[in-house]
Design a protein around this ligand. Structure first.
Ligand SMILES: [Ca+2]
Ligand SMILES: [Ca+2]
Length: 344
């Protein structure tokens, strides 16, 4: 008996419909909230991950041939790789804190940023400045009162990440927001930061192992930035990310948690003191860093950072009063707007 003519047609229709439905299936949209200052937060679920890196210097030297191999023997604080459990869901800034958001904080709170309060200013880009002429070889001119969060020596729009802000300034903003919103704002711990940056990945960057993958996901030291520092041309990313200085937040692809600029744009202050040997004895659950120290951790690299130092595992640090053209922050909120402990 002859099969009804509509069967093949219907089968084809079903196949096309299934393909269309699957093509339309996208990754779940990250749950987001916005607070009264306009800061957006992304819900980061509790979970566990492997923190740190155990890559051997030979492998790194092959992957980053322009670098002096001695650099790869200086990464002891990235190990040992160890399991960390983040036991509480938290909300992390979708973006780095912007110039406009920091200005609103300063204007509403009366906080005087440290670069102004101590009178010594910040750092800035001056094309006429030669790092070789400075005692420390600083890449930027400073400290100088003409530089600060309002003026890093290059143009910044309101939607760029604020720079020249100290760890103390970042904590002051978190405390002010905590009082204003009635919930806890703070800097992320180093463990929360790396957990959030990796978003389930074990690769050097959340975009992959190859530094060139950063072109899709980060504003780092690239061919757009290199002409301003020709001595470091060899370390510039092989490609154009389009930004010789800071970029507006959120211009590159987010990671799997929906967070932007975890690599590059600006270094981000973390809550912790830094210690080289901390990973060897840190607790599994919610590590918060050494009880005391002299320098605070910063993470993720910046618009001026060579790709190698923008890796998820890389740890850097400065004294809490440091202010620099490359360092900003993102805030963590322990509860979403309107959320209570009972509902969490
Ligand atoms: Ca760049
Ligand atoms: Ca960043």
């Amino acid at each position: 008996m002859r099969a009804p003519r509509f069967v093949p047609w219907f089968a084809r229709f079903l196949a096309v419909a299934c393909w269309w439905l699957s093509a339309c299936t996208v990754a779940p949209v990250a749950e987001r909230r916005t607070d009264s200052l306009g800061l957006e937060f992304v819900r980061i679920p509790a979970g566990e991950f492997l923190m740190g890196s155990a890559e051997d210097p030979k492998t790194l030297a092959q992957a980053f041939p322009a670098y002096d191999p001695a650099r790869f023997a200086q990464l002891g604080d990235e190990g040992p790789v160890h399991r960390v459990r983040i036991t509480r869901t938290f909300w992390l800034g979708r973006h780095e804190v912007t110039v406009a958001q920091f200005r609103r904080f300063v204007e509403a709170s009366g906080h005087v940023p440290e670069s102004i309060a101590d009178g010594t200013g910040g750092y800035g880009f001056n094309p006429a400045y030669d790092p070789a002429t400075s005692a420390r070889g600083d890449a930027f001119e400073g400290r100088d009162p003409k530089y600060g969060w309002r003026n890093p020596g290059f143009a910044q729009g309101d939607d760029h990440p604020v720079v020249n802000v100290s760890w103390n300034d970042a904590v002051a903003m978190a405390r002010w927001l905590s009082a204003r919103e009635g919930v806890t704002y703070r800097l992320p711990t180093e463990a929360e930061w790396e957990y959030a940056a990796r978003a389930g990945t074990r690769t050097r960057f959340h975009t992959g192992d190859d530094p060139r993958t950063l072109l899709q996901g980060a504003n780092v030291f690239d061919q757009a930035a290199a002409p301003n520092w020709p001595r470091w041309q060899a370390f510039a990313l092989d490609g154009q990310d389009g930004f010789p200085f800071t970029a507006p937040v959120g211009r590159f692809a987010p990671n799997a948690f929906g967070l932007y600029d975890m690599h590059g744009n600006v270094w981000e202050w973390c809550a912790d003191w830094h210690a080289d040997d901390y990973y060897a004895h840190s607790p599994v659950d919610d590590p918060t860093g050494p009880a005391e120290g002299s320098v605070r951790v910063r993470r993720g690299g910046s618009w001026h950072t060579w790709a190698f130092y923008a890796r998820s595992a890389f740890r850097n640090w400065n004294s809490p009063e440091t202010r620099y053209t490359l360092v900003g922050f993102r805030l963590l909120r322990e509860f979403a707007p309107g959320e209570t402990a009972a509902r969490r």
